[in-house]
Design a protein around this ligand. Sequence first.
Ligand SMILES: [Cu+2]
Length: 280
Amino acid sequence: MQDNTPHFRRLALLWVVSSIVLTAIVVFVLAPGMPPGNGTVQASGQVVDNTVLLGLSTPVALGVLLCLGYCLIVFRERPGDDPHLEGPAIRGNSSIQMWWLVVTTTLVLFLAAFGSIELLKDGAGGGQGPNPLSVVGNPKSTLQVQVIAQQWQFTYRYPQYGGFETNKLEIPANTTVEFHVTSLDVIHSFWAYQLGVKADANPGQDNIAYVQTKAPMNFAVHCAELCGVWHGYMFDSGKVVPKTEFASWVTQQRKYFSPETHLLTPYRHTYFPAPQRRGG
Ligand SMILES: [Cu+2]
C-alpha cells in the first residue's frame, strides 16, 4: 500500500516551528543567566560565546530528537503489520546531499571563524603564555598581578607596588588587570570563576591572562588542576573594589609587608626554588 502522507513536510514544519520557539527561549531566557555571569568583560564574552553555541546547537539537537520521536511514533509496527515490511531506501537524492554538505560546512566554518575572533578579541580570559597574541587594554594603565601557585595555596605579588606578596587578591574596578600566573612546584590552574579567568599555573612558566573588571564584586578562586592531596582545599576568594579603596588597601598591604618584602626573591616572572632535600 502506497503511503501518501507528506512525512518530510510534516517533520520539516514541526522542526521549523519548534526550533524558532525553543531557540528564542534558549537565547533570550536561559542563556543570559549562564555562567560565569557578567562580572567582567571576559566573563560577559564567555556568556555571549556560550549563547551563540547553544543557540546554534538547539535546532540541530531538536532536528535529531524530533526525527527520532517522529519515527518511533509514526513508523512503529502496528498489530497486523507485516514485520518484514520496510520503507524504500533513500539513495541518490542529490538535493538532500547538497543541502547537508552546505549547512554542515557553513556551520562548522562559521564556528571556527567566530571562535578564533572571540579568542583574539579580549584575550577570552584564558592564559596566553609569556607572549600574548592578544594584548588587552593600554599597557600604561594596566595593573600587573602575579599569581603564584604552590601546594596548596595561591599568593599574589604586586610588582608595581614594591613587589610585596600577600595571600589576599584585591583588584580595582573598571581596570585592565594582567595576571602573570606561575607555580613554585607542580602544575596548578588559577581559576577565578566570576572573573571569567582560568589560566594554567606551571612551574618555570609565565602565563599571562587578562581581565577587564567592571563593578565591585566578590569572586571565588579555585585551583582547577589536580595538584596533590589537598587540591580540593586549594581555594580562596578575591575582591574587585572601587579604585580609591584599592589605592588605600595596596598602600596598607605594602606597608604591612615591608619588613618581609626585601627578604623575598626579587620579583621575576618565574621562580626556580632550590630542590627540597629529604632525609637530612
Ligand atoms: Cu593546585
